[in-house]
Design a protein around this ligand. Structure first.
Ligand code: UN1
Length: 496
C-alpha cells in the first residue's frame, strides 16, 4: 500500500481540502507507485497564504546572518542525506543516480552560498551632493513568495528559488511539479528540521491549472517565480502584469553547440553526447541543435551516430545506465510527434526515433535520436522538444553558425568548440544567449553564477549567483540630513 502524503500548511501536515490525491509513479517502471499526493486547490493556497503572512511578519525581522545560519544547517542536512534524496529523486524522475546526486549537490551549493550571503546582502553608501547629508541604499524583504517549479531538477530548482527568497526575509509557498512531489517533500522536512519557523515555508501539492493558478492570482502574494514552458510563462506574465507582481520567468530553450573545423573532435563528441542525451534531453539547457562545420561534418556525424547507439537505456538506479526514461507518457508522445514532423519536413533520421520496447516497455523510454540534414527554420530546428532528440545542421562558416544560433525565439545557452581564441571571444559577444560555453556543452551551469536566458527564455531576471538576491528583495534608499537646515537637492549646490 503506497504512502499518502500531505501538504504542509501552518506547520501541520494536512490533507487537501478537496480530499483528492494523484498518483506519483516511477517513469522507468510505471507499476512502481511511489505515493499518493494531494490534488489541492485554491482553498489550500488561501490557507497557506494566511499562515505565510504571519511567518513573514516574524522571519523578516530576524537578522539576515541568523537566517543564513538556518540555511547552513539545511546545507548540512542535505549533505547527510544526499544519497537517500538522490535515490528517491531517480525513482520519481528517472535521471541516473550520478545526475540526481549532482542535483542534490546544486542544492547544497545554493544553501551554503545563501548562508554566507546573510553576512553580505550589500547595499551602497554613496556621497550626497549636499553637505552634512548621508545617502545609502539597503534591502528589505518583500512578503510571501509563490514558487512554481518543474520536474527536471526536482531539488536544485526549488532551492535556487527558496533559499535566496528565505535569506532575503520572505516566506515561501511552493508548488512542485506533480511529477516529482516526493523530492520537495523531503526538502521541506529538512527545512523544518534545520529550525526554519514552520509558517515560513508552506508546501501545497497539485496541478498548475489549480494550485499554480491560485498562487499567481492571489492578491497577497506579491512575488512569483516560475520555471517551465514559455506558453505557461506567457499566461502567468499577463496576470502578474495586471496585478503589478514581481515575476521571474525561466522558460524554454533551443540550445546549439557549434563545432568548428579546428575543434578537438574527441572533446566535442563527448560534450555533445552529454549535452544532448544527459537527463534524457530534459534540461532547459539541453543541446538540441548541433551546428557542424562542413569540413568535419560527415566524419563527426558518423562518430556521433555510432556513439549514440552505444548509450545504454535503463533504470537510472542501475549502475550501467547512461540514459533514463522520459518523465511521462505525454512527454514521450510529444517526442514521437517530432519524429514525424522531422521526417515530413525532409530531415534524415540517422539513429533512434523510437521507443526501445522489450524489457523497458514498462517505462517511458526513448532511444537517443539524431536527425541529420536539418534545415534552419524547420520546426525540428526551431521548437523545444524536451527529449533525447538532436538536430544536426551543416554550416559553412562561423558567421553562418551565429546566424543559425540566433535564428530561434529562445536564448538560454550556447556552446562553441574551437581552438581559435578569436572565435571563442566572438562567440561570447555575438551569440544571443544568457550563457555561452567555450569547449564545453550547453549544460552545466554552476550555482554561484547568474543563470537565465534572453528572448522567449526569460523576462530579464537571473537565478543563482549574486543577482537573484536583487529579485527577492526590495531596494530602499535612505537620506539623512544632519545639517540642521533645509537643503534642496539639485538647487542649493548648483545655485550659480
Ligand atoms: C535546466 O536546464 O533546466 O546548467 C537547469 C545546468 C544545470 C541546471 C539546468 N546546472 O545544466
Amino acid at each position: 500500500m503506497a504512502k499518502t502524503f500531505r501538504n504542509l500548511i501552518d506547520g501541520e501536515w494536512v490533507a487537501p481540502s478537496t480530499g483528492a490525491y494523484f498518483d506519483n509513479r516511477n517513469p522507468a517502471d510505471t507499476t512502481d507507485l511511489i505515493g499518493r499526493f494531494p490534488d489541492s486547490d485554491a482553498a489550500d493556497v488561501a490557507a497557506a497564504v494566511r499562515s505565510a503572512r504571519r511567518g513573514f511578519a516574524r522571519w523578516s525581522k530576524m537578522p539576515a546572518p541568523v537566517r543564513g545560519d538556518v540555511l547552513r544547517r539545511v546545507g548540512d542536512l542535505l549533505v547527510e542525506r544526499k544519497e537517500a534524496i538522490a535515490d528517491a529523486m531517480t525513482r520519481e524522475m528517472g535521471k541516473v543516480l550520478a545526475e540526481t546526486r549532482g542535483d542534490v549537490q546544486e542544492g547544497i551549493d545554493t544553501a551554503y552560498y545563501a548562508a554566507t550571503e546573510g553576512r553580505r546582502l550589500f547595499g551602497h553608501t554613496v556621497p550626497s551632493e549636499l553637505q552634512s547629508k548621508w545617502a545609502m541604499s539597503f534591502r528589505r524583504p518583500i512578503g510571501v513568495v509563490g514558487l512554481i517549479t518543474p520536474f527536471n531538477f526536482p531539488l536544485a530548482i526549488p532551492t535556487w528559488k527558496m533559499f535566496p527568497a528565505l535569506l532575503c526575509g520572505n516566506s515561501v509557498i511552493i508548488k512542485p511539479s506533480e511529477d516529482v512531489p516526493h523530492t520537495v517533500h523531503l526538502l521541506v522536512e529538512i527545512l523544518l528540521e534545520a529550525g526554519l519557523p514552520a509558517d515560513v515555508v508552506q508546501l501545497v501539492h497539485g496541478r498548475g491549472e489549480t494550485v499554480g493558478k491560485a498562487l499567481v492570482e492571489h492578491p497577497e502574494i506579491p512575488v512569483i517565480s516560475f520555471t517551465g514552458s514559455t506558453e505557461t510563462g506567457a499566461i502567468i506574465g499577463e496576470t502578474c502584469g495586471r496585478m503589478h507582481k514581481r515575476l521571474s520567468l525561466e522558460m524554454g530553450g533551443k540550445n546549439a553547440m557549434i563545432v568548428m573545423d579546428d575543434a578537438d573532435l574527441d572533446l566535442a563528441l563527448e560534450g555533445v553526447l552529454w549535452g544532448a542525451f544527459g537527463t534524457t534531453g530534459q534540461r532547459c539547457t539541453a543541446t538540441s541543435r548541433l551546428l557542424l562545420h562542413r569540413k568535419i561534418h560527415d566524419r563527426f556525424l558518423k562518430r556521433l551516430v555510432d556513439a549514440a547507439e552505444t548509450l545504454r537505456l535503463g533504470d537510472g538506479r542501475a549502475d550501467r545506465t547512461d540514459v533514463g526514461p522520459l518523465i511521462h507518457e505525454a512527454s514521450r508522445d510529444k517526442v514521437e510527434r517530432y519524429i514525424e514532423i522531422g521526417r515530413e519536413q525532409g530531415a534524415e533520421l540517422a539513429t533512434g526515433g523510437k521507443s526501445p520496447g522489450g524489457r523497458l516497455g514498462r517505462g517511458w523510454f526513448f532511444k537517443p535520436t539524431v536527425f541529420a540534414g536539418v534545415r534552419p527554420g524547420s520546426r525540428l530546428e526551431q521548437e523545444e522538444i524536451f527529449g533525447p532528440v538532436l538536430s544536426v545542421v551543416r554550416i559553412r562558416s562561423f558567421d553562418e553558425a551565429v546566424r543559425v544560433n540566433n535564428g530561434v525565439r529562445y536564448g538560454l545557452s550556447s556552446s562553441v568548440y574551437t581552438g581559435d581564441v578569436n572565435l571563442a571571444f566572438r562567440a561570447l559577444q555575438e551569440l544571443d544567449n544568457g550563457i555561452t560555453y567555450v569547449n564545453a556543452p550547453t549544460i552545466g551551469a554552476e550555482a554561484h553564477l547568474p543563470f537565465g536566458g534572453v528572448k522567449a527564455t526569460g523576462n530579464g531576471h537571473r537565478e543563482g549567483g549574486w543577482e537573484v538576491y536583487d529579485f527577492y528583495s526590495e531596494t530602499k534608499v535612505g537620506y539623512v540630513d544632519y545639517s540642521g537646515k533645509l537643503q534642496r537637492a539639485q538647487m542649493d549646490t548648483y545655485d550659480v
